[in-house]
Design a binder for this molecule. Structure first.
Ligand code: URP
Ligand code: ZN
Length: 471
């Protein structure tokens, strides 16, 4: 492969911030210096731009079946292209085991679907929904050979995805023995189910009841409970899509006692609040994701958590369903639940807007500094999920996944201009400062302004190491 030289940029990592040039050879960073001159290199001038490691989004759901034929509306191809335009060069999606299924078989299915399509690098967390002996026996190989070192369990959605506390404990012991990480969707699923049944019995079917039946207290309770189970099992635990103040308090309390509890939040919890559910008619179905949007106090608590490292990662939980059925059919749309909030597919889009939103609201907004921004977008997820130092930093020997970012360009977020299949945005019309100008994946320029230069299938599966050992 030819040499690529990125010159005159302001190189920003989770700890550094300096002017320099980056020489790329064979997809890796070969040298970093103050003034590099290489005769046969393709040169990109980054004067006036930030040069940061490519974003890592550790929580996305591309072409994911949700049961009853419902599926997210981005394929691996469209979803990863959209991610790339937003400065993300690696995603970690999910390989879901169905009841009676083998986790390895689930991984093989997802690998087969992803491989010809992905435009950026990718990995998978395994989802376990049926913790039988055979499934548990496959986990060591998943960690040590397959490069799947994190396992997601659900405390929500009884009879579909939920596993009980004993299964959580058993999985934690097995995964922990091999240095893996357990990710938890922490909500008290059975109490929430009772609340849903109560609401429906009273004739309350509109989307706002999604929020009213998933209270903050039940996220806090489940978060506290599962951290205690992890403490007993002596394994690190990672809480996905943390949204409620009560859940954050449980994480902070555990971390203060030296427990290895970690958590991510998502842009929608940082920038939006539960007043969105007051929208008239079915429009508020656009905001039906789990957990639901919370109050303003939670928002402030989450920002504080990011600032002081009570929260370590910001992922999108990109789980897109169109609002209108015309775009990609009823089964990829929110309209499935038009007459019953409990049938609205849970999930919201956002993979393209994570960097611009966090830069604008976080760095420009004075809530986090630039190094912390890089840490949240790239370095921390790389370390948390066994991709570091191949990914997540700018260093000699690391993959040349780079984002050239204009810190001063203002633009408007909109579904009219984004690259996802989804037909709406949670952030429609929001003006932000900070725009992705160029994106390199292992040294290849894949985004140049509005131009797409990537190729379906160029993304590579990333075998991840067992990060639970080193955290
Ligand atoms: O609403 C969400 N987060 N959808 C994805 C599935 C889940 O609940 O985690
Ligand atoms: Zn999710």
């Amino acid at each position: 492969m030819s040499k690529v030289l990125v010159k005159n940029g302001r190189i920003v990592t989770a700890i550094d911030d300096y002017l320099g040039d980056i020489l790329i050879e064979n997809g890796r960073i070969d040298a970093i210096g103050r003034s590099l001159d290489v005769a046969d290199a393709e040169v990109h001038d980054a004067d006036g731009l930030l040069v940061m490691p490519g974003g890592i989004d550790a929580h996305v759901h591309m072409e994911t079946p949700m049961g009853n034929g419902v599926e997210t509306c981005d394929s691996f191809e469209t979803g990863t292209r959209s991610a790339a335009f937003g400065g993300t060069t690696t995603i970690v999606d999910f390989a879901q085991q169905f009841k009676g299924d083998s986790p390895k078989a689930a991984l093989e299915r997802r690998l087969a679907a992803a491989e010809p399509q992905c435009n950026i690098d990718y990995g998978f967390h395994a989802i376990l929904t049926d913790v039988h002996e055979q499934a548990l026996s496959e986990l060591p190989d998943m960690v040590n050979r397959e490069g799947v070192s994190s396992f997601k369990l659900y405390m929500a959605y009884p009879d579909v995805l939920m596993v009980d506390d004993a299964d959580i404990y058993r999985t934690m012991r097995k995964v922990g023995d091999h240095g893996g990480m357990v990710n938890l969707h922490a909500e008290n699923g059975v109490v929430i189910q009772a609340l849903i049944e109560e609401a429906l019995a009273a004739g309350n079917t509109s989307p706002k009841y999604h929020q009213l039946t998933r209270p903050q207290l039940m996220e806090g309770e489940a978060t506290h409970r599962v951290i205690r189970i992890a403490e007993l099992a002596e394994v690190p635990v990672y809480i996905v899509h943390l949204s409620a103040r009560e859940a954050l308090e449980a994480v902070v309390e555990a971390r203060d006692r030296g427990i290895h509890a970690f958590a991510e939040t998502c842009p929608h919890y940082l920038f939006l609040d539960n007043s969105e559910y007051d929208r008239p008619g079915f429009d508020s179905a656009k905001f039906v994701m789990t957990p639901p949007l919370r109050d303003r106090e939670c928002q402030e608590a989450l920002w504080r958590g990011l600032r002081f490292d009570d929260l370590q990662v910001v992922s999108t939980d990109h789980c897109p369903f169109c609002f209108n059925e015309k775009a990609h059919g009823l089964l990829k749309s929110k309209q499935v639940g038009h007459d019953d909030f409990s049938k609205i597919p849970n999930g919201a889009p956002g993979v393209e807007f994570r960097l611009p939103l966090l830069f604008d609201g976080g760095v420009k907004g004075g809530r986090i500094n630039l190094n912390r921004f890089v840490q949240l977008m790239s370095t921390a997820p790389a370390k948390m999920f066994g991709l570091f130092p191949r990914k997540g930093t700018i260093a000699v020997g690391s993959d040349a996944d780079l984002v050239l970012f204009d810190a001063n360009e203002t633009h408007t977020l909109s579904a009219k201009t984004h690259h996802s299949n989804v037909d709406y945005s949670l952030f429609e019309g929001r003006e932000v400062t900070g725009k992705v100008r160029k994106v390199f994946l292992r040294g290849e320029l894949i985004v140049d302004g509005d131009q797409w230069l990537g190729r379906a299938g160029m993304g590579q599966f990333q075998k991840r190491s067992a990060s639970g050992r080193v955290l």
